[in-house]
Ligand binder design. Sequence first.
Ligand SMILES: [Fe+2]
Ligand SMILES: [Fe+2]
Length: 350
Amino acid sequence: MRKNMQTQASNGIKVLVVDDEIGIIDSLSIFLKKSGYIFDGVTDPLEAIEKVKNEHFDLMILDFIMTPIHGDQVVEEIRKFNKELYILLLTGHKDLAPPLETIRRLDIQGYCEKSDKFDQLLLLIESAVKAINQMNMIKKINDELKETTQKLEQAYMESIETLRYTVEAKDPYTRGHSDRVSEYSVLIGKYLGLSDDDLHTLKIGGLFHDIGKIGIPDDILLKPGKLTPDEYSEIKNHPSIGVHILSNAAIFRDIIPIVKHHHERYDGLGYPSKLKGESIPYLARIAAVADTFDAMTSKRTYRDSLSLDIVKSEIEKNKETQFDPQVADVFLDILNNHYEEIKVIQEKYR
Ligand SMILES: [Fe+2]
Ligand SMILES: [Fe+2]
């Protein structure tokens, strides 16, 4: 008579059993396949590590005392490249089990003593599968969320980019200005040793720092020659207009301080908030140096671009009044010793 050994429909969970006793592998193979698991088994713990490197498994059940390395060492190796694998440890006698501290440190999710019956192991596997399914579900939702957020951010970026190009298209003298300010700011940030997050904020902040100019009338924005005091105070509204434009999108939250405060001066005589010294947001102090440098090195209707020597002495002269002295010094160092990096940016956005 045929034994009732049909394999249940697969539940899609891939299990790797590692035990140097082939008998255990064989009986677990029969038992797990019958319960609907996709089974693989190896007797060599080193081979198990390679397998996990090259193939996806949801669950690993492994023996503790093995040669040439023990189960905890197998886990130690695996955890170096895989933190997700759910691991159950099989121990022989209680006295031979690894200490609880090791089990926790290696992120082993459960252990059970070997016995002829698999009841306890089955319970453990069932709860493992529940946890694995939860984990997979959360991962899937997370991935989907990430993708949606990325699409949204992309759409926001594109619409604001359009605005930015509208500003720069109007005025040939500011064309490329935001791109250069963005890159100069990141360059200064790198020499200041800022984090990747801060560098990203500087990059985006530089691109959009003058977005508020969209709200300044063309006859003022494009006026050749000197502005009247009234016209100048109109121009001074562009940081606040910029903040207003960007404030509806959460993704621009981090760059708001740059947009709002890139015209503050270190001595407190800037605008719009007359902030002084270190009360000016740090990234805005960096963007301020980059912004002024680009203004000085760009042609205007009423003057040619300034020579590098004049620009350097202006920055030197105005540190502590207009600029954060530390930021100004770092920038002067770039101009003196790493000028090729500035040139690359200027060539790119000519
Ligand atoms: Fe500005
Ligand atoms: Fe600017």
